[in-house]
Design a protein. Structure first.
Length: 199
């Protein structure tokens, strides 16, 4: 389902936990398909939908297209005021390589799991290999909280939700109770990580 926006792009419906598309590993995109008008329009819609929902990222299967594309962007996001900014990044056929076995506990939420948060262990340093929307090679490292954001999005493309990675179910909470009981302690801890890695 597409809902037109002022920009000419479209805001699509986001699948919620329980929908089979979220558990379907996404398929790779061939270079010729990536260049097609349909896929380029889809990427525009993906970005528009992410921004409309104030997400830090969004994967293609979250909007009912099981292709291996995801987007990430953080620009003073009010849902995640503690997250460092991430310039708009489109990853096509992404792969993650773990650079450091060190992990941190990240209180995550998800547009496909409304009103729920939980602690997820994430690696502090990863290497991202992908194509951008123009088919150019991306080969970069991501660290700290930014690395956690990319791990979350690539998980989606593998059919994995953050709730699958929550090791202690007692950390699960609504957004309201996170704000009330857990946010201050988490932000204090995560701010140290951001200061260490700068991202």
């Amino acid at each position: 389902m597409r809902r037109a926006s002022v920009s000419g792009m479209a805001i699509r419906k986001i699948a919620s936990i329980g929908h089979p598309v979220l558990r379907e590993p996404a398929r790779d995109i061939a270079p010729d398909e990536l260049k097609s008008r349909e896929v380029q329009r889809f990427i525009d819609d993906l970005v528009e939908t992410m921004r409309d929902a104030r997400g830090a990222g969004l994967a293609a299967n979250q909007i009912h297209e099981p292709i291996r594309v995801c987007a990430a962007e953080v620009r003073e996001n009010p849902r995640y005021p503690y997250k460092p900014n991430i310039p708009l990044t489109i990853l096509v056929n992404p792969k993650i390589e773990i650079v450091s076995e060190r992990t941190f506990d990240n209180y995550e939420g998800c547009l496909s799991v409304p009103n729920l948060r939980g602690l997820v262990p994430r690696y502090t340093e990863i290497r991202l290999s992908a194509l951008d929307r123009n088919g150019e090679v991306i080969d970069r490292r991501a660290r700290g909280l930014t690395a956690g954001t990319f791990q979350h999005e690539v998980d989606h493309l593998d059919g994995v939700l953050f709730v699958d990675r929550v090791q202690d179910p007692t950390t699960l909470c609504t957004w309201t109770e996170f704000e009330r009981f857990h946010k201050d302690g988490f932000v204090s801890r995560i701010s140290e990580l951001v200061a260490e890695f700068g991202e």
